[in-house]
Design a protein around this ligand. Sequence first.
Ligand SMILES: *[C@@H]1O[C@H](CO)[C@@H](O)[C@H](O)[C@H]1NC(C)=O
Ligand SMILES: *[C@@H]1O[C@H](CO)[C@@H](O)[C@H](O)[C@H]1NC(C)=O
Length: 521
Amino acid sequence: MTSVYEILLWPLVTLLSVIVGIPLRMLNGCKRKRCCSPVEDDLLMIPARDLVRKIVKQEVKCHTVISRYVNRINAVNPLVNAIVEERFEDALKEAAAVDEMITQNKLSEEELLSCYPLLGIPITIKESISVKGMSNGAGSLQAKDKIGEEDADIVKAVKKAGAIVMLVSNTPELCLNWETSNKVTGITCNPYDTRRTCGGSSGGEGALLGAGASLIGLGSDIAGSLRLPAHFCGIFSHKPTARSISLSGHYPDCEDKEKWNDHFIMGPMSRYAVDLPIALKIIIKPEYKEILNLDRKVDLNKLRFFYLDNNASILVNNVDRSIDNSLNSVIDYFRGKYRMDVNKLKFKQSPYLTIVPLLAIEGTDDLYYDQPKSNIYWELLKFLFGQSKATLTGVFYFVLHNLTTKFVSKRKVEKIRVKMFEARKELEDILGDDGVLLYPTYPTPAHYHFMCISKLLDCSYCTVFNAFGLPATNCPIGYSEQGLPVGIQVIAKRNCDRLSLAVAEEIENIFGGWKFSPQSQ
Ligand SMILES: *[C@@H]1O[C@H](CO)[C@@H](O)[C@H](O)[C@H]1NC(C)=O
Ligand SMILES: *[C@@H]1O[C@H](CO)[C@@H](O)[C@H](O)[C@H]1NC(C)=O
């Protein structure tokens, strides 16, 4: 059923898709396609799970690993522009210290691995997640001098596990975009085709991991920001169950922790599905170790599979054939291999239910970091005359936020939230403790830069699971006809992260997972 608000919004969404989409397609179609070179170094093709053992067994020096990653990052960054600030020199020193510690033999191999499950593993971090002493302005020009005062809890956790921080990577201004560009570091590009976006807001991570220039990344997700860059760049990422991760050290932050916690979370991104649970186990809150029970083995034979392929709403673009094909090949695989039913879910997700509560959240850090606050409509006017320090999407978000609070009463928002929770219950009752849902991450592969404006609500494929707080894992499946990565999400009930992670590993085994094979022309 198409609802009234959809019919009302449809002309606007369609108009934008025509006046923005068509010129951008024409302009970019004329530009030359460029992509990063393939990965040739075998050392870069080892999952963290195995690499850490090689380092501990002294089959490879940690210093060698880190310097090869530095080489790869330096080779791809001129094309993708993903780095906000690097710390290669310090990383190499830390790598030498790791080698030193291992050769001293004070701890056995097993002791080393259990104390430091990521010993010597290179890790990259989204700039909005605080790393002590490094840039932490989330791409905002006003906050460009903001430095991380302390490590975020999840950064502390990965450092304690022995990982070596390489750099902080680019985000859109205040993470408020599904693409990655800002007025401090500029545009981050897709490693498969620099005319296209890497997605956002964890876009710097997506680009580096996609290009094989990082092994594990940490990102954040309030409306698809972990999953969309993963889908566009051909990697894995996991949005954990709501509230399972400490939110300390993220900029922007929010005063209304209750509602913020409903939608927002940080999580791991990786090239290899096997590395997601390893990273997740390290960063979850201690009290969630038992709840998520990530070590418990998942028997895929006992899972129930569901899928959804619906075109979510008239406000959302239809799912591309390439995405449809990927979804179908996964469905066919599980049907064939496990002789199990993969049932189509009867569930209509509504962009309205999931986006209004998000827009209505109050008390988030705004566009004015250390400057006097200004009226958002004045800011919009300044923007139109090229006088604003903010970006289009930053201004746009706060205008929408202001309009939402003006025109949708608190009571109405509460009503919508109740409906949203009812919809979640309906879905969770179907999934139970042994069900997973296969669903597109986004209707298309990576589009040209700035085209998300013409596809405003396409991200509702992702945002719905923020609103519900459900765990969701993006899995790369293969390539579209244009040679761009496509992926799907695997979703489970809250606290059943291990199910979607186990299915991701199976999908990696069958469909090949991450492989960086751009077709240059
Ligand atoms: C989605 O829309 C496309 C184009 O209109 C159509 O071909 C496809 O069958 C639709 N898919 C579903 C599941 O409704
Ligand atoms: C919306 O903008 C008006 C000024 O036009 C301002 O008074 C009001 O505080 C703003 N509301 C929010 C929630 O930002």
